[in-house]
Design a protein around this ligand. Sequence first.
Ligand code: ZN
Length: 84
Amino acid sequence: MEQYPCDKCGEPVPVKLKIRKYPGNIEENYIQCPSCKEEYTSFVTDDWARREQKEVRKLHERYTKKRSRLSVHMEKLKQQIASG
Ligand SMILES: [Zn+2]
């Protein structure tokens, strides 16, 4: 697991997200130093942000697939013209 030194005490902080809920379905995702208990907010979401996150992940997946299909295709074309 990734670790970063704590700004406060210098001990390693594992990047293990914890969630704290706030009114309005707002969620704070944070990590906490196991030594001094200092908290570091990673990101905060609401319903809309979580839907968008899902959408962005989906689009990213599509993008990755399309890009790899495209590069396979272009590689074939390259070989095609090379072999005459
Ligand atoms: Zn600390």
